[in-house]
Design a protein around this ligand. Sequence first.
Ligand SMILES: Nc1nc2c(ncn2[C@@H]2O[C@H](COP(=O)(O)OP(=O)(O)OP(=O)(O)O)[C@@H](O)[C@H]2O)c(=O)[nH]1
Ligand SMILES: [Zn+2]
Length: 382
Amino acid sequence: MVLEYASDDLATPLDHAAQRAVDRALSDLRRGEAVVIAGANGRALLAMAAEAVTTRTLNQLAALAGTPVALVLTGQRGRALGLEVPADQPVRIDPPAGLSADLVRDLSDPTRPARAGRPAGAASLGGGAGPEGAATILAKIARLLPAAIVADLPAARGGADAAGFARRHDLLCVRAADIVDYRRRSARSLARVAEAAVPLEDAERTRIVAFRPSDGGPEHLAIIIGDPAPGQPVLARLHSECFTGDLLGSLRCDCGPQLRGAIREIASAGQGIVLYLAQEGRGIGLMNKLRAYRLQDGGLDTVDANTVLGFDADERVYLPAAGMLRQMGYGQVRLMTNNPDKMAQLAACGVEVVERVPHIFPANGHNEAYLRTKAEKSGHLF
Ligand SMILES: Nc1nc2c(ncn2[C@@H]2O[C@H](COP(=O)(O)OP(=O)(O)OP(=O)(O)O)[C@@H](O)[C@H]2O)c(=O)[nH]1
Ligand SMILES: [Zn+2]
């Protein structure tokens, strides 16, 4: 997922109302409630997270909209179900026999015991995301399975005035375009909120600077070791949160050694920065990462497990990282990574990568296949 830095990003004022609407919609979605998503040309949908659906809420949604409910999946999930559809376009499934809560769960969650077959009534939605695509993006940002139940809101029912319909039924109305823009805007609203010295076992001269977006989105940390000079290339590690590896010492990945190793290496170089980014599970969230592990235990590799769940192989965005570095005065980095995509994305977000510093740790008896897949499929340079 590439979200490029746009040169007018810092100049245009943040649309707080748009960000607030998306943020509130995220929380409604996570509670299993419906939201109204307004697209272009007066099209509007009622949407609900597939993961939270029950027979009762499915029926409520259909009654409220007065139209049949459909399931929206990502193209990745559609392909995993045997549909010949583009991976990057949403798929809408209107089964002729209707949808039950069990069918919704089986089609959207590959960790369920019942293996879903190829669904009937599926159509790929080309030509941009539209409100259906926005519904899957909303589910992703909410760290849910990337699937939604939707029902068209006909004009006669209030679809032409989606905001009015939402108000009458005590629902939130959010614009599809604002959902699509949410992460880019959120990164732009990051501000330093707290800072303290935190001497570490391996790096005593360490400060932690905490960043928070003004829209209630995820908070990220800069771990600053020594006194790296602003305006000069800084030795930096962009570390994606990994609860299992960083905190518990999980042997399924290489994150624990990479985090501690980066701190040690930067301390011995004298100065540098570790950004600790809230993008657990390559951006799919911890719950979904555990689902991906489950699929890996069934034989899939780390990339296929993500796509079978309906995600891209890597859902991370680096705008927050770039924004933090730039706010602290660092426009150039010597990046500790084996991942060429990380370098390209940081560069696309306006931070120059002047050098790649390899960041390789030995396999541990459990993560050989994981590391091999990163090299073979994700282009990691080991
Ligand atoms: N979805 C998913 N995420 C994983 C899996 N294993 C580890 N992760 C996550 O992957 C991220 C670790 O990636 P990083 O080490 O930052 O980056 P990288 O792409 O490996 O590149 P490097 O900079 O070379 O380390 C963390 O967010 C982990 O939680 C997995 O099997 N599935
Ligand atoms: Zn990990």
